[in-house]
Design a protein around this ligand. Structure first.
Ligand SMILES: *[C@@H]1O[C@H](CO)[C@@H](O)[C@H](O)[C@H]1NC(C)=O
Ligand SMILES: *[C@@H]1O[C@H](CO)[C@@H](O)[C@H](O)[C@H]1NC(C)=O
Ligand SMILES: *[C@@H]1O[C@H](CO)[C@@H](O)[C@H](O)[C@H]1NC(C)=O
Ligand SMILES: *[C@@H]1O[C@H](CO)[C@@H](O)[C@H](O)[C@H]1NC(C)=O
Ligand SMILES: *[C@@H]1O[C@H](CO)[C@@H](O)[C@H](O)[C@H]1NC(C)=O
Ligand SMILES: *[C@@H]1O[C@H](CO)[C@@H](O)[C@H](O)[C@H]1NC(C)=O
Ligand SMILES: *[C@@H]1O[C@H](CO)[C@@H](O)[C@H](O)[C@H]1NC(C)=O
Length: 375
């Protein structure tokens, strides 16, 4: 009798383990594809194909990626796009659009059906954002045009009705906005701040409506983190006499951006039938990591793990310039002068996926993926 019990509890245990190893499997069927739009926080190598200064396909980037490969991710390992995709049952982020275009041996039409990553480092919501600092970027408007191409390609294979279903049930992740404010700061712009945020938001609305009108329904939108606390901004702030502190200008913009995006999405969802969204307060999440760093497993939330200059925040993590490289990368919030470490990206993704109303409005990303849409 006891033996039998052991036997069945063994199988029960086994079953739990199988479920535990693959918690996201169920999503594979629920979520046909993930389409990713945005900037360097979520770019997985788009800019490798551009004549851009905003690139990361060199060491020590990727040092914790499989085979220590510098893929173009601004990270020591998997970035937020990968980490999110993993939670939905994917191995990592879907491939970059330009990667697929450049690899003609890949079956493009087949490959795009699980999703595509259009994000481009340095890009923003406005068409002009990023060009002065980085020479070449793919702005959000162009990323959306590329998505249109992908939609046509899927339609060729699946026909219009099946494609409409795939498009409506897929998840659209937007991680963009920070570069508008970096540009404002670098330009030493004196444009009225409220007007600037309003013009960014009005353009954002046009872009999001455009994607909605193509049939997208599930929008996972990330706000801007406290970019005034990244090592790059801290270094500038200190140089300009602000002391050892975050740059207020950038943090104010980030909060104003979140506040305005929330109002925008509330309005859009009342006007556009079946629009579902999850807005992530990445500002609040990251601020909590900084304030309670020990609780979250960090030891350093000011300095970049890899880089040179004050806070390792003045030069990129580029092996030929012999940058500093920290001993334990998972103890750092920041990988380089602008970007989170793999450890921080994993924490962010976990919060996006199953966070509560403190961080996500009106639902979290896992609930967004499961939301029913009628087409
Ligand atoms: C794009 O493809 C061409 C031709 O195969 C190749 O020479 C080039 O290195 C590729 N570019 C990148 C960035 O991989
Ligand atoms: C994808 O669609 C675009 C636009 O319709 C077309 O130009 C391109 O050749 C298609 N690509 C593939 C590989 O089918
Ligand atoms: C596609 O959907 C339309 C409208 O619901 C329907 O009239 C049409 O028969 C469908 N076409 C196919 C090929 O299923
Ligand atoms: C920054 O300057 C560039 C080049 O002059 C301009 O195109 C861009 O609109 C400016 N951006 C901001 C936010 O001031
Ligand atoms: C954003 O909204 C919060 C909460 O409503 C408020 O405390 C904060 O002052 C606002 N920040 C900005 C920059 O608008
Ligand atoms: C690195 O830091 C993490 C988090 O503090 C810790 O769990 C881990 O043991 C450390 N690794 C090494 C090699 O010291
Ligand atoms: C967020 O996601 C988790 C996991 O899917 C879910 O169980 C939870 O209820 C959600 N939390 C809130 C408060 O939205």
């Amino acid at each position: 009798m006891a033996k039998k019990q052991n036997f069945s509890s063994y199988f029960l245990h086994l079953a739990i383990c199988v479920v535990a190893i693959n918690p996201a499997d169920a999503y594979e069927r629920k979520l046909p594809a993930i389409f990713i739009f945005g900037d360097s926080a979520i770019d997985i190598g788009t800019n490798n194909f551009l004549n851009s200064y905003a690139r990361a396909n060199f060491r020590y980037n990727g040092i914790d990626f499989p085979h220590s490969k510098p893929t173009g991710r601004f990270s020591n390992g998997f970035n937020i796009g990968d980490q999110l995709a993993m939670r939905f049952g994917f191995k990592k982020s879907p491939p970059a659009f330009l990667y697929l275009l450049n690899h003609t041996s890949i079956d493009f039409k087949k490959k795009v059906q699980r999703g595509v990553n259009f994000a481009s480092a340095g890009a923003g919501i406005l068409d002009e954002t990023g060009f002065k600092a980085w020479n070449a970027v793919i702005p959000l408007s162009q990323q959306i045009q590329q998505f249109k191409t992908v939609m046509r390609n899927i339609t060729e294979v699946k026909g219009p009705n099946a494609t409409a279903k795939i498009i409506a049930k897929s998840l659209y992740i937007f991680c963009v906005g920070a570069n508008e404010f970096f540009d404002y700061m670098r330009n030493k712009s004196t444009a009225p701040k409220e007007q600037f945020v309003a013009s960014v938001l009005s353009t954002y609305q046009d872009h999001l409506k455009n994607v909605y009108n193509m049939g997208a329904r599930k929008f996972g939108i990330m706000g801007v983190p406290p970019i005034g606390c990244c090592p790059y901004a801290r270094a500038i702030n200190e140089k300009e006499g602000g002391g050892d502190a975050c740059m207020q200008l950038l943090n104010d913009f980030a909060q104003a951006f979140y506040n305005s995006t929330l109002i925008l999405l509330q309005r859009m969802s009342s006007e556009l039938p079946e629009l579902k969204y999850s807005l992530a307060n990445v500002y609040e999440m990251t601020a909590d990591f900084i304030d309670n760093y020990a609780f979250f497993g960090f030891k350093d939330v000011k300095n970049a793990c890899c880089g040179l200059g004050n806070y390792n925040g003045e030069l990129a993590c580029y092996e030929p310039i012999s940058p500093n490289l920290c001993q334990n990368r998972s103890e750092y919030l920041f990988w380089d002068l602008y970007h989170p470490s793999q450890a921080a990206a994993a924490l962010l993704a976990e919060n996006l996926f199953r966070g509560d109303s403190r961080y996500l409005t009106p639902m979290n990303f896992s609930q967004l993926a499961e939301a029913q849409v009628h087409i």
